[in-house]
Write a protein that binds this ligand. Structure first.
Ligand code: ZN
Length: 696
């Protein structure tokens, strides 16, 4: 590290001298070279970022200044390893920002953010660097590259090209003009959604109009009213207010008002998004065209497992069409239940569905999580999750007490392979605290890689928010928390078992529509009696979980699965319709949406409503031409798990194949190919239909 720092010259020498003792920049002396959390303090971060960015730039400069002809090694491989110190520092910092943050770190994050943007532009807009990459790319077929090297080269080249590097000066100017307009339009879109959401209040003054609402919803309504200086109760379009109101309110007219307001957000009026949607779509078509793609979907999908819009459009239809009859039956069932229980309308309207499906579920499919909890004691769940990895892959977990941690609640395990060799460090951070955000996630402090013949095994972490045990009560988790645990642990296995070479291509560094396969497949075991019976025992009596409780868990999972699936596919279908356009449609935004979705309607259409104008995932978030990936991942895992169902949920042959073909591979090969290598065929939508019970 010191040798590298010297290249950067005077400015860097200053940093390196005051960074002499910075544990973020020094080789770790902890076991396995693990991060030295015991030595890192908040004041180390900023100087570490400054030094690491300077080092990364110096490494890029050295590649550009190289007098030798560009080769894979002196350009592509050198770029892969440029900025590795920055990756390490950022990896530690941003993980702790989520899991153990404080005011000082927040302040550092604000200072560092523009520095990182500047660094990434230093690389991505570097024309001389691109010239070298292009020179290597143009002779790629004569270089005798391995598969992962070819992927690395192509990823690098495409990264530049997709950012406009190959365009003429004139087109570059257009590209950046449109990109800027697009970012302003998407920003305006989300501002309007927020403003339109906040502009509406349902004001209730008669307590009779609160009929059906649970106490907590009433209290929330009273508090909201107070905040708005209103008498009585107030409900808003923010999800935590809107959703329970629609589920519980017995007042049909108020439900209609709420639903209509929610579904006409940013349509007309002061915060209108109808024209902005068209503007965004138009700019995306222009950008895709100038970069050489027919549609924006082609541009967006090129880097995904699905690859093109034909595949995705067919995929969505293959699920949507057979799901329609089940969705319509779900609606008919809820209607029949509602009729029996006093509903007088001639058909269910969209503002009735949430209310009546909730009553139906309570009556027929109620799953009491409290009843289940005594069977899911955290300690036995941890053993069961590790035990599942052991039964499938032969790996073992050994708790260590000599590896530094960033909080006393964190436990570290050494993961060993079935032959006893070292695989990874696994950090488990299970309990909530003020410095940790909510939710559950997997992350890594170091990914697996091999450099100069030396292999670096990964440091993987999962962060959860389970209830902490006390002196006289153990931690009991819900079945859905247990399922989440399995999900994150699946991501962790993807990191732990990685067997690749280049850091940007190992472990979970795969396409977005593939990354949830290793995690979602693990959730399946949470519904398998054979697995549950092996550990789910009452923590006081030791009694095994009753079979009827397991049956209830499965039934609750598939409740209204047809309706749910069609709802979800509406979003994916509409997203693809907007982004498969070659020019703007003649109709306005609402008309285009209605025309697109009409063949797949399961509820009566309501004039003047729609969701394009508030569809933030695709018009201001990162999911444009990507909403399908939620369902895509479900199909992948259902199809993959069906092989376990067929051969046995602990079958060694299937498990070994899943490990070798999927979990070890990272992103070095085309995901469609590695999937076929495991499953023997392309992902089949029927597998998901079967899993959800949507079969005749
Ligand atoms: Zn996930």
């Amino acid at each position: 590290m010191k040798a590298k720092l010297l290249i950067a010259g005077a400015a860097l020498a200053f940093f390196s001298s005051c960074n002499m003792g910075n544990p973020l920049l020094k080789e770790s002396s902890a076991p396995f070279g693990a991060p030295q959390f015991d030595k890192i303090s908040d004041e180390h971060y900023l100087p570490a970022f400054e030094a690491a960015i300077a080092e990364g730039k110096a490494e890029i400069d050295a590649i550009v200044a190289n007098q030798e002809e560009p080769t894979f090694e002196n350009t592509i491989e050198a770029m892969e390893y440029a900025g590795q110190t920055l990756n390490t520092v950022a990896g530690i910092f941003y993980n702790l920002m989520e899991a153990n943050t404080n005011d000082q770190m927040q302040a550092v994050a604000e200072q560092v953010s523009p520095m990182l943007t500047e660094y990434s532009m230093y690389v991505s807009l570097n024309e001389k660097l691109f010239e070298r990459v292009k020179a290597v790319y143009e002779k790629r077929n004569e270089l005798g590259l391995d598969q992962d090297q070819m992927t690395l080269l192509e990823d690098n080249y495409k990264g530049f090209v997709r950012g406009g590097a190959n365009l003429s000066e004139e087109d570059k100017a257009l590209y950046s003009k449109w990109s800027e307009e697009l970012s302003l339009a998407t920003l305006q879109f989300s501002k309007n959604v927020l403003a339109a959401t906040n502009a509406y209040t349902l004001h209730v003054t008669d307590s009779a109009d609160l009929a059906g609402l649970p106490e907590y919803v009433k209290t929330m309504g009273a508090e909201t009213a107070k905040e708005k200086n209103l008498e009585g109760w107030a409900f808003t379009l923010a999800y935590p207010s809107f959703s329970p109101f629609m589920k519980y309110s017995e007042n049909r007219e108020l439900r209609r008002q709420m639903w209509t307001a929610y579904n006409s957000k940013a349509i007309g009026g002061e915060f209108d998004n109808t024209e902005i949607v068209r503007q965004i779509v138009d700019l995306r078509i222009k950008i895709a065209n100038i970069l050489g793609y027919e549609t924006y979907a082609d541009y967006a999908l090129e880097e995904r497992m699905a690859k093109n819009r034909t595949t995705v459009n067919e995929f969505v239809k293959q699920l949507l069409e057979p799901s329609m009859e089940f969705a319509l039956k779900d609606v008919a069932d809820v209607y029949a239940f509602a009729k029996k229980n006093g509903f007088e309308g001639s058909q269910l309207m969209p503002w009735d569905f949430s209310y009546w499906s909730e009553r139906y579920q309570e009556a027929e499919y109620s799953l009491n999580e409290e009843q289940l909890k005594p069977y899911f004691q955290l300690e036995s769940c941890i053993d069961a999750v590790f035990g599942l990895a052991n039964r499938l892959y032969g790996i073992t977990f050994h708790e260590l007490d000599n590896v530094p941690v960033y909080h006393e609640d964190v436990k570290v395990y050494e993961v060993k392979d079935n032959d006893g060799s070292h695989l990874a460090l696994f950090y488990a951070d299970f309990f909530p605290r003020a410095s940790k955000r909510g939710g559950a996630w997997m992350t890594e402090f170091r990914g697996q890689s091999i450099r100069n013949g030396v292999e670096y095994r990964p440091f993987i972490s999962t962060v959860m928010n389970f209830t902490k045990p006390t002196a006289d009560a153990p931690s009991l988790i819900t079945h859905s928390e247990f399922t989440t645990f399995l999900h994150e642990f699946g991501h962790a296995l993807h990191g732990i078992l990685a067997q690749g070479r280049y850091p940007s291509l190992t472990g979970t560094s795969v396409s977005r529509d593939f990354v949830e396969l290793p995690s979602q497949i693990m959730e399946n075991w949470a519904y398998e009696p054979e697995y549950l019976n092996s550990f789910a025992k009452h923590y006081q009596t030791g009694e095994a979980i009753p079979a009827e409780l397991i049956e209830k868990i499965v039934a609750a999972k598939n409740y209204l699965a047809g309706y749910g699936q069609v709802r979800q596919l509406h979003f994916g279908y509409l997203d693809m319709a907007w982004h498969s356009l070659k020019e703007l449609p003649a109709e306005g935004t609402l008309e285009f949406e209605q025309k697109t979705l009409a063949p797949y309607a399961v509820m009566p259409a309501v004039e003047g409503t729609g969701f394009s104008t508030s569809f933030s995932h695709i018009f201001s978030g990162g999911y444009s031409a990507g909403y399908y990936s939620y369902k895509w991942a479900e199909v992948l895992e259902a199809d993959a798990f069906s092989l376990f169902k067929e051969k046995g949920i602990f079958n060694q042959e299937v498990a070994t194949s899943f490990r070798k073909n999927i979990l070890e591979k990272g992103g070095a090969e085309d995901e469609a190919v590695i999937y076929r290598n495991f499953r023997g065929h392309d992902p089949q939508p029927e597998a998901l239909m079967t899993k959800l019970g949507l079969t005749k």
